[in-house]
Design a protein around this ligand. Structure first.
Ligand SMILES: C[S@@+](CC[C@H](N)C(=O)[O-])C[C@H]1O[C@@H](n2cnc3c(N)ncnc32)[C@H](O)[C@@H]1O
Length: 384
């Protein structure tokens, strides 16, 4: 049985939520990944992709039997065929966190045989809107701004009120832009910038963020945690998990502009940081002059570092650490490792690698720093 994209099938009974934010349904012996649905719902599905033998993808376009937690999305361009940024606007915030809890627990069990019984913790304001301090807009063919549709190059025009998850104090964007360009809006209020096609068009080239009792220089188009409350939340979780003692040695891997390195220095540790972006490393050196930063790839730079370290914090991109970087960490036999993860699948794979080297999970917390989306941030603490 194959379906044509655009074909509507149903009624379909929707099964469990899965990594990626869709729910899994079975129709005529085939798997369909259904977006904009909730487990237990009966829906009609419009097929969006049927390119694989084992599964197809689709959107719930009509809800015949809604499940508890379904709401009307606050944004008019969220939902089937709309903006790809928000996967969960059709779900109330408590159920969004419950779905993320199930995704994290399932990934940890499947890939690391680790039974997690935690909750996804609330971060920031109660609306789940207005939290995002970094926005990446695309310019449509008529010069107006939009955001990409899900798994597509199509650009969905912004609604009149703008993107609802963007911070309300971001600079307003007026006028038309050259089609095909990308417009990044970074920061908010007095510390903000608009970057068009890599060039700062207005605002500062370097923003100064405040977090964890320090000021942080960061390039307007450089990496900074996107939720306004994420830096404080993650620093607190990392420090609680590592419990640094004055005089201990520590590594901050994938350190960006040195956020965790600064917090560890303030706790009395002697810190080395590594990061692949040269510009971020230059900012880290100015942000945390007490630490020793190197520009380069974690898996290569750490090979040259001392044979022992007490504490490690790592905050890799979605791909995770991978075996080569984990090997460099476990060789140094740190007392504790705090792993900050934006992808629970990569985290679970790396936890399995750590486990094979004698490290087990001491605690694992999950934070809702990406409300309205399927994304979730975890902080796992591992110890020998
Ligand atoms: C999720 S960010 C974390 C930044 C920082 N910890 C923070 O909270 O602001 C991941 C960082 O890893 C860097 N990166 C990606 N791959 C890398 C690699 N193989 N080695 C070193 N840094 C890398 C990116 O440039 C990015 O700054």
């Amino acid at each position: 049985m194959a379906w044509a994209p655009g074909e509507t099938i149903g009624p379909v009974t929707v099964g469990p939520v899965a990594h990626g934010g869709h729910c899994v349904a079975r129709v005529d012996g085939r798997v369909v990944f259904v977006r904009h649905a909730l487990p237990g719902e009966v829906v009609e599905v419009r097929i969006t992709e049927d390119a694989h033998a084992s599964y197809a993808r689709g959107d719930a376009v009509a809800v015949l039997e809604p499940a508890e937690g379904r709401v009307v999305p606050p944004c008019p361009v969220a939902g089937p065929g709309g903006c790809g940024g928000c996967d969960f606007q059709h779900v109330d915030l408590a159920m969004q966190r419950e779905l993320k809890r199930r995704i994290v627990a399932e990934q940890l069990m499947r890939l690391a045989t680790y039974e997690w019984d935690g909750e996804v913790e609330v971060v920031g304001n109660a609306s789940g809107l207005g939290w995002r301090t970094r926005m990446r807009y695309q310019v449509a063919s008529d010069g107006t701004l939009g955001l990409r549709a899900h798994r597509s190059h199509e650009i969905v025009r912004l609604p009149e009120q703008g993107c609802l998850i963007a911070h309300p104090d971001q600079p307003a964007l007026e006028g038309l832009y050259e089609p095909g360009l990308e417009v990044v809006v970074a920061g908010h209020g007095a510390q903000s910038a608009v970057v068009v096609d890599g060039e700062v068009a207005s605002g500062q080239r370097t923003l100064v963020e405040q977090a964890a009792g320090r000021s942080w220089r960061v390039a307007a188009d450089g990496f900074w945690q996107v939720h306004e409350d994420a830096p404080e939340t993650l620093v607190r979780a990392v420090l609680e998990g590592l419990d640094p003692h004055p005089g201990e040695t520590a590594w901050d891997l994938y350190c960006g502009v040195g956020l965790f390195a600064g917090a560890l220095v303030d706790a009395g540790a002697s810190v080395r940081g590594v990061e692949s972006s040269g510009r971020a490393v230059r900012d880290a050196m100015r942000n945390v002059p007490e630490a020793d930063f190197t520009a380069g790839r974690v898996e290569l730079v750490t090979r040259r570092w001392p044979s022992r370290v007490d504490l490690v914090v790592c905050d890799p991109p979605r791909t995770g650490l991978g075996k080569a970087a984990v090997a460099q960490v476990v060789r140094r036999q740190p007392r504790r490792v705090a792993y900050v993860a934006c992808d629970p699948a990569a985290l679970a794979r790396d936890i399995a690698t750590f486990a094979a080297a004698g490290y087990s999970v001491k605690s694992l917390r999950a934070f809702d720093i990406f409300p309205m989306t399927q994304h979730v941030e975890c902080v796992a603490v591992l110890a020998r």
